[in-house]
Ligand binder design. Structure first.
Ligand SMILES: *[C@@H]1O[C@H](CO)[C@@H](O)[C@H](O)[C@H]1NC(C)=O
Ligand SMILES: *[C@@H]1O[C@H](CO)[C@@H](O)[C@H](O)[C@H]1NC(C)=O
Length: 136
């Protein structure tokens, strides 16, 4: 499709999504229903999934240990260390709700949870930042 003035759109807009790729060839599909393997090789998705697994399996124990050690040792409970605790909590939240969802999307090739959950997932980092900076 060519827009007025002969400018080719460089992306494809749909309900609740935008794909940074022109649908000139007609291969662009909704990221809620179809695998997005026309953008990059499926191998890249697998690599991303592996990287997410790596982050989950290293990030969860490291952050959990940081919290455990801080709670067990009174000496570590200094105002400066609470900055570290804050980071560890944020890291755990990322491992639990961020990387896991990126992993499901990467392994399936598309966002399997639907537009509603996408909106929640998209707005929730802002909430997270507000909560953590406000409460700690
Ligand atoms: C798409 O990209 C080309 C080259 O970068 C640019 O000239 C053109 O204006 C862009 N089209 C739109 C609709 O932004
Ligand atoms: C892209 O074009 C094809 C063929 O015209 C169409 O079937 C498809 O729905 C389009 N994709 C989007 C996301 O609109």
């Amino acid at each position: 499709m060519v827009w007025d003035g002969g400018i080719e759109p460089n992306g494809t807009e749909g309900k609740n999504f935008y794909i940074p790729m022109s649908n000139r060839t007609g291969i662009v599909r909704s990221p809620y229903e179809y695998q997005q393997y026309y953008m990059v090789d499926p191998m890249v998705y697998k690599l991303l999934a592996c990287y997410m697994l790596f982050l989950i399996f290293t990030g969860t124990p490291i952050n959990a240990l940081t919290l455990l050690v801080t709670f067990q040792n009174k000496k570590l409970q200094t105002p400066l260390n609470y900055i570290l605790v804050n980071l560890a909590v944020a890291g755990l939240i990322m491992c639990a709700f961020g990387f896991t969802i990126t992993f499901t999307s990467a392994i399936n090739g598309y966002f399997i949870l639907g537009p509603t959950f996408c909106a929640i997932e998209d707005s929730w980092p802002h909430l997270e930042v507000k909560l953590l900076s406000g409460l700690w």
